[in-house]
Design a protein around this ligand. Sequence first.
Ligand code: NI
Length: 179
Amino acid sequence: MSQVREVAQLGAEALRLQAKEVIDIHSAEIQEVIGDMFTTLADTNGVGLAAPQISASWRMMIIASRPSERYPYAPEMEPVLMSNPSFESVGNAREKDWEGCLSIPGIRAQVPRFTRIIVNYTSTAGESISQELEGFVARVFQHEYDHLDGLVYLDRVESNRDIISEGEFVKLMGSSVGT
Ligand code: NI
């Protein structure tokens, strides 16, 4: 049975490791991690989760964009597990927008990311998938991908002034409604 695992918090070693390639996605060990990732993410209001966030240092991540109080503008999509992902940008356009992270509660920051990317990954069924992502979903992909390389979004901010508290973020989002 899959279970909700503790989400590693900033400072935990697992978040700073280079995660390992998945060799056999059908192995019992990997299947257990995948089950726990889905169960753990479903227990949060996050839009993505990387395996290192449950202290499983494998190159796997879930993208699960859905509108919520945290991300009211997020498009709705079925959660997708991606193993051994890679990506390249389509053009060089980057956009700064707000991000948060289940491993770094209480704050938000503006992070520059490529707006359009082509991603490649292996699905849970073991198929090689290639697709283009843009906007918010492309942002979530790049955020989760960083976790596989031991990076967090704070490593990407251009200025400490782009980091704010969750409380101030909520005020900011509230004040922008209807304008
Ligand atoms: Ni994160």
